[in-house]
Ligand binder design. Structure first.
Ligand code: FAD
Length: 522
């Protein structure tokens, strides 16, 4: 083989132009790597899902007549890093050309760029390709996003709608409005619980992979599952997309912020995804393209009788065409500084119950246990339950990132980091969001049914049994008053705080201090 092409674990895009022609001079390499499996402590299901999807992708390429080398951990464990493995393979196959697609993680992009410039590569030509996955090419995101700038998602999203002509009626947004948020975001009432569909779960046999993970002593978190529920090939990913169109989409926007603990008393599976698509792993591994997901959803909307409400569809399109592309732009414009920003100087260690779910706060217990069991939580659980707690408690964003990077099936740094450090922890001083997503127990009460089954009382703030989020919220706002008070969106909050008596404020701050002192016992 004269050419060696590397395919990373999140580059499983069968439609890439690389595969249009068969060429026996090209050897495709897909490799399970210790460096990738252990740079953070991953959820065991996440490792299984990536390795299974990579192996299936190799099989698909082979069946299409390409030359493919699939290396398991057993084959690669003796190489200290990806560059070492590549040097070995280039020599072994006497390749004169090395090609790869631009990694979506900064860490890997740097590693491969340095490798290509190294002395070992003097005699080897290199070519780098776009992954051909996102709406915006790599070059375009650099033209669209600037370092340190406070870009706003809504403006970006509207431009994307116009540019790609998605849900447009000529120059105008279909239905006459860009944004249906006001109609969306309802709570799931007891009566609505029957609307929650049974989730479509796969049962992929991953016993061999689990054995390899153990054999190589890779540290993992979360619940092991011999039969992986996540889609690991294009067919399963497409089935999940179709299932979502038929079962989740019609209520997606309405209940996108809702949370329930009532369906999972015996089995977490019934409640964990609600009306969400759970397509993030299929998207982030690139088994599905964002264009395909959006066009399938819109096609479904246009052909389905009776027609469903536009607000549901727009709410979903916004997540992928808007948020997903936006987050990626923020990442590339601000790396590498972004991964160490800590605008609120948060330094507290992450409570150890984040790794077990053992806390008496019902909302946190639900979100964490579910994450450990399923490697998944939906957006509002990530943002307003676990994320909000860390924000209010001032947890060190390195530790918060570490937890999110490990635990979720879809966690890859380009998308995890701006969501966690930026949107959720406000450590970027407002590059992603115009204001910190801080909330008291009242928000949890409004958007979920967790509080009625909680040890703590959501209606109380200063008593020993009061919901810790209430005092922690005020403590957080008080602590950051200098930074936050200038934002007009916080005006009301500080007006309410200012109206409290000195004694009330004191009692609240004391309760917050007690919660923080006793954080491990909450
Ligand atoms: P749905 O609710 O069905 O949404 C559809 C798709 O929209 C998702 O699959 C995803 O591709 C996209 N999307 C929605 N919201 C976002 C967003 N804020 N940023 C980027 N894409 C979005 N998403 C990840 O893919 N990987 C992560 O590591 C990740 N970490 C997060 C950490 C925090 C603290 C927060 C608040 C959010 C994070 N998200 C992350 C975004 C979002 O929560 C997940 O994409 C979503 O929950 C995945 O579930 P789903 O496929 O059912 O999504």
């Amino acid at each position: 083989h004269s050419r060696l092409r590397l395919i990373l674990g999140d580059q499983l895009n069968t439609s890439h132009s690389w595969y249009r022609q068969k060429d026996d001079n090209i050897l495709y390499v897909i490799a399970e790597l210790l460096q990738e499996a252990s740079y953070v402590c991953h959820h065991v299901q996440k490792l299984c899902a990536f390795f299974a999807a990579m192996a299936n992708f190799a099989e698909t390429l082979r069946n299409a007549g390409h030359q493919v080398l699939y290396l398991t951990l057993d084959d690669t464990a003796s190489f200290a890093s990806l560059p070492e493995l590549l040097s070995h393979l280039l020599e072994k196959h006497q390749a004169t050309q090395f090609e790869y697609q631009l990694p979506d993680e900064y860490r890997l992009r740097e590693q491969l760029a340095q490798f290509c410039q190294s002395a070992a590569m003097k005699a080897v030509g290199t070519t780098v390709y776009d992954t051909e996955h996102f709406y915006l090419s790599d070059e375009e995101i650099h033209r669209t996003f600037s370092r340190g700038k406070r870009h706003r998602m809504e403006a970006f999203y509207r431009k994307m709608r116009v540019r790609f002509h998605i849900l447009m009626d000529g120059e105008e947004p279909e239905g006459g409005r860009w944004n249906y948020d006001a109609q969306n975001r309802n709570k799931l009432k007891a009566d609505d619980l029957k609307l929650v569909p049974e989730p479509l779960l796969f049962a992929n046999d991953v016993r061999d992979i689990l054995a390899r993970i153990k054999r190589h002593g890779i540290q993992t978190i979360g619940k092991e599952s011999l039969h992986l529920i996540w889609p690991v090939n294009v067919q399963q990913a497409s089935e999940l997309l179709s299932y979502f169109c038929h079962n989740g989409l019609k209520h997606f926007g309405r209940f996108q912020d809702a949370m329930t603990g009532k369906l999972g008393a015996t089995d977490m599976k019934r409640q964990f995804g609600l009306f969400h698509s759970r397509l993030s792993f299929a998207l982030n591994s690139k088994m599905l393209s964002p264009q395909h997901v959006i066009s399938t959803v819109i096609e479904h909307y246009h052909t389905r009788k009776p027609r469903m409400d536009l607000a549901q569809v727009e709410g979903f399109v916004r997540q992928i065409l808007g948020w997903r592309e936006f987050i990626r732009g923020i990442y590339w414009a601000n790396m590498p500084e972004y991964e160490s920003c800590n605008g609120l100087d948060a330094t507290r260690p992450l409570p150890s119950w984040f790794w077990t779910g053992e806390t008496r706060m019902h909302c946190l217990r639900q979100a964490i246990t579910q994450s450990l069991d399923m490697a998944y939580a939906h957006h509002i659980q990530r943002l307003m339950i676990t994320g909000n707690f860390c924000l209010l408690a001032g947890v060190d964003p390195d530790q918060v990132d570490n937890w999110y990077m490990g635990i979720y099936i879809d966690a890859i740094q380009w998308v995890e980091l701006p969501n966690t450090r930026g949107m959720s922890q406000f450590a970027d001083n407002g590059i992603v969001g115009s204001k910190a997503y801080a909330a008291s127990g009242n928000y949890v009460k409004k958007m979920s049914d967790y509080c009625s089954d909680c040890h703590y009382r959501v209606t109380e703030t200063t008593t020993p049994n009061a919901c810790p989020l209430n005092a922690l919220y005020w403590h957080f706002m008080h602590d950051n008053q200098t930074a936050f008070a200038a934002n007009p969106r916080n005006k009301m909050v500080y007006a309410v705080w200012g109206k409290k008596s000195e004694d009330q404020r004191q009692a609240i701050l004391e309760r917050a201090a007690a919660c923080l002192d006793d954080i491990e016992e909450l």
